[in-house]
Write a new protein. Sequence first.
Length: 252
Amino acid sequence: MSSKFLLAQISDTHVRADDDGAAARNLKTALAQAGKYKVDVILLTGDLVNDERDDEYAVFACAIADPPAPLFVLPGNHDDRARMRTWLPSHTYFPRGDFLSYALDQFPVRIVAIDQIVPGETHGALTPQQADWLDRTLAEAPDKPTIVALHHPPFSTYDLLFDQIGLFDRDTFKSVISRHRQVIRVICGHHHRLAIGQVAHAPAIVAPSTSWVYGLALNPGQDLAPKTAEQPGWMLHAWTKEGGLASHFMGL
Ligand SMILES: [Fe+2]
């Protein structure tokens, strides 16, 4: 197996059917950029569309129809699992059952993607059943460098809004990760801005959105989730056997 691995993480694409194709264009720009870097894998970490609608999934499916590398997706709080299955029939890695959680073992870095959305809610949750799945799945390959992906940030970013609507059960998530030293990075989205944190021993990164970037609300009285003129983008995670993992912001 190769000693080099490039993962493009694209998040919160929020594709719509009523924006003259703007969000889909940004997604396609990110895919084209990832292709130029010859990435090995592309992973979309949720909020594929803006409002769980069929017409939005139709636009989304079109936008990702010819990716420059194998492409995988996770749901976010703006997604609908059943519609994802319907509109993405070629995504045969989706497991049966309720949750769209899966592990990718075919690359030099293992990717464990966990679906932790709560239908109808903005926050995420890790039920005992999902925590057990994550623990068992990570235990299957204790010696292989592993990236764990999810939608909601599993650490506090100190934002007044996003800490309320991030992953509930952060302590449970952290305690699972702490038992698996091979986890070299946790990656997520949801906050629409680049942020870096820590989950047990693993650095954790919130990818920006390809659609819009939120400002921070750190003090009472500040606007919550203000849109900014900051640059949307995606993350390029570059791994080598000798050097480990480096994560780069890639502006659109
Ligand atoms: Fe989002």
